[in-house]
Design a protein around this ligand. Sequence first.
Ligand SMILES: [Zn+2]
Length: 93
Amino acid sequence: MSTLIADTDDVTRFCAVFSDVGLAHDVAPTLGCRETEALAGILRALGEPAAADLWLDAHATSDELGDQHYMPAPEPYIVPIDPMEDLQCDSCQ
Ligand SMILES: [Zn+2]
């Protein structure tokens, strides 16, 4: 197996195609962790770290607890309640 990349047009086309947000969001969730890491690795090696992160983030949305890229849903933000409002005390405000 050759590790030499001879045709820069192919590299440029590959990077352009796989930097597409829509493609990443459509395909990455269907890939396994290993496949996504491999794709992200080649994108990083070709100088496209943002595209690599895009694929990993898009993929992570489909990972489940125990999977490599699983990210739990963030806790909903709860607006703190001011206890002084319940007292309806004007002097405290
Ligand atoms: Zn994963």
